[in-house]
Design a protein around this ligand. Structure first.
Ligand code: FES
Ligand code: FES
Length: 205
């Protein structure tokens, strides 16, 4: 079963995967189940109408055709192929799925993809250029070993970047409080806060 609760036949899932793989080479990305047969198969499998939404993800237009109730999290991971954004609870309780929408932090598991049509979505993959230096927050997490398994890390970093962009003068207690929605099962919290304090200085300079 997909994360959106829709049971899809394996053949449909495989077709969607292959479509994503092909679409990532194109600009703008076009993930629509490009053949009519794919849409028909999906509709037949789910009994639901499909909805086409154009998102701007990491600066590129991405067209997704999916159930109208597809979350931004599932659209990013399952349709666009950007798996850096993690699914933890899928209920707005862990912060693992945090991305930026128009620069503000958003829980993508609680956001419908259709609600972000035409808005600027940034994921962990778009935080720094592939060939350029890491974002100061990414570098600080490495410098301070601010992760163990790393599953929560993309969400932690996206939250932290948005917080510091909103207020570069946050104190350590304020950072602890404002990061409290991002859960780390490995309990790397002390190092996470230390990393954010380092990045805060570099982001402000
Ligand atoms: Fe979105 Fe946990 S997966 S808050
Ligand atoms: Fe493992 Fe945070 S580093 S959950």
């Amino acid at each position: 079963m997909a994360g959106d609760g829709i049971v899809r036949p394996v053949s449909v899932q495989r077709r969607q995967f292959l479509t994503v793989a092909a679409a990532t080479a194109a600009a703008p990305l076009m993930l629509k189940a490009s053949s009519q047969s794919a849409s028909s198969a999906d509709k037949a499998a789910t009994g639901r109408e499909l909805h086409t939404t154009t998102l701007v993800v990491n600066g590129k237009n991405v067209t997704v055709t999916a159930d109208a109730r597809t979350t931004l999290l599932d659209a990013l991971r399952e349709y666009v192929g950007l798996t850096g954004t993690k699914k933890g609870c899928d209920h707005g309780q862990c912060g693992a799925c945090t991305v930026h929408v128009d620069g503000k932090r958003v829980l993508s598991c609680l956001t419908l993809a259709a609600m972000t049509a035409g808005r600027s979505v940034t994921t962990i993959e778009g935080l720094s250029d592939a060939d350029g230096p890491l974002h100061p927050m990414q570098q600080a997490f490495i410098d301070h070993d601010a992760f163990q398994c790393g599953y929560c890390t993309p969400g932690q970093i996206m939250s932290a970047v948005a917080l510091i962009n909103e207020n570069p003068k946050l104190s350590e207690p304020e950072i602890r409080e404002l990061m409290s929605g991002n859960i780390c099962r490995c309990a790397a919290y002390p190092n996470i806060v230390t990393a954010i304090m380092q990045a805060k200085v570099k982001m402000g300079s």
